[in-house]
Write a protein that binds this ligand. Structure first.
Ligand code: UDP
Length: 234
C-alpha cells in the first residue's frame, strides 16, 4: 500500500449520480463498496463530503439570501450527505463514526481531533461533516484542514473527471491531462484544482493532492496500490 492514512474528498454533486438534485443511493453504494475494498487492505480512511447536490451558500446568496445563513444551510447539507454515506458504509459491513464541526449530539459526535485519530487507529471509517463549521469556507478547505490535523498522507479528491487538464476537457477536446504537477505550476497556470484557501493549506503543509475519477469502480483501489491514475499535485 502506498499510503497508511488518507483523506477522501467527495463533492456533493458526485452523489447525485444521473439525477439533477439529491442523493442517488446506487451511487453511494458504489462508493461504499470501493471504500470497503481499500479498507480491507489496511488503509485508514477519513472522508469529507460536500453539499452542492442539496444547497450551496454562494448560489443562495445570489438568489437573495443572507450569505451566512445560506452557508450554515450548506453545512447542514453536508451532514445529510455524510449520513447517507455512513448508512451505505455500514450496509457493506464497515464500522463508521460521523464527527461534525457543528454539534448534533443525537446523530453524531462533535469533532475532536484526538478522538478522530483514535477511531482511525481502530479501523473505523471517519466521516467529517458540517465542513469547517464556519461560513465563507468550502468543504475542500475542510478536507485540507482535517487531513493536516489527522496527519493524512494525501488528500484524494474524487471527481467525475480523471485528473487536472490544461483546459476544461468537457469544453475543449484538445485539453491534455497532467500526470503530475507542482503546486507552483498550478498557481502559475491558473488551474482550478481546489479553492485557494484549500490549495494553499495543502501547499504550505506539503500535503499532496490527487485528483481522480471516483465514478469508475476500482479506481480508488488502484490509487491506494500506488498505480498511476489521475493527477498528483505535490
Ligand atoms: N460550507 C461552509 N463552510 C464550510 C464548508 C461548507 O459554509 O466549511 C457551505 C457553503 O455554503 C457551501 C456548502 O456548505 O456552498 C456546500 O459545500 P461545498 O460547496 O464545498 O460542496 P461541494 O461543492 O463539494 O459539493
Amino acid at each position: 500500500m502506498k499510503y497508511k492514512r488518507i483523506l477522501l474528498k467527495l463533492s456533493g454533486e458526485a452523489l447525485m449520480g444521473e439525477q439533477s438534485y439529491g442523493i442517488d443511493i446506487n451511487r453511494v453504494m458504489q462508493y461504499a463498496n470501493d471504500i470497503k475494498e481499500i479498507h480491507s487492505q489496511g488503509l485508514e480512511i477519513a472522508i469529507v463530503i460536500g453539499g452542492g447536490n442539496i444547497h450551496r451558500g454562494l448560489s443562495a446568496e445570489q438568489a437573495g439570501m443572507d450569505r451566512v445563513q445560506a452557508d450554515y444551510m450548506g453545512m447542514l447539507a453536508t451532514v445529510i450527505n455524510s449520513m447517507a454515506l455512513q448508512d451505505a458504509l455500514e450496509k457493506v459491513g464497515l464500522k463508521t463514526r460521523l464527527l461534525t464541526a457543528i454539534k448534533m449530539e443525537q446523530i453524531c459526535e462533535p469533532f475532536i481531533r484526538r478522538r478522530a485519530v483514535r477511531h482511525l487507529e481502530k479501523g473505523r471509517i471517519v466521516i467529517f461533516g458540517a465542513g469547517t463549521g464556519n461560513p465563507y469556507f468550502t468543504t475542500d478547505t475542510a478536507a485540507s484542514l482535517r487531513a493536516i490535523e489527522i496527519n493524512a498522507d494525501a488528500v484524494l479528491k474524487g471527481t467525475r473527471v480523471d485528473g487536472i487538464y490544461t483546459a476544461d476537457p468537457e469544453k475543449d477536446p484538445s485539453a491534455q491531462r497532467y500526470d503530475k504537477i507542482t503546486f507552483h505550476e498550478v498557481y502559475e497556470k491558473g488551474l482550478n484544482v481546489m479553492d485557494m484557501t484549500a490549495f494553499t493549506l495543502c501547499q504550505e503543509n506539503n500535503l499532496p493532492i490527487i485528483v481522480f475519477d471516483m465514478n469508475k469502480p476500482g479506481n480508488l483501489k488502484k490509487l491506494a496500490n500506488g498505480d498511476h491514475i489521475g493527477t498528483v499535485v505535490s
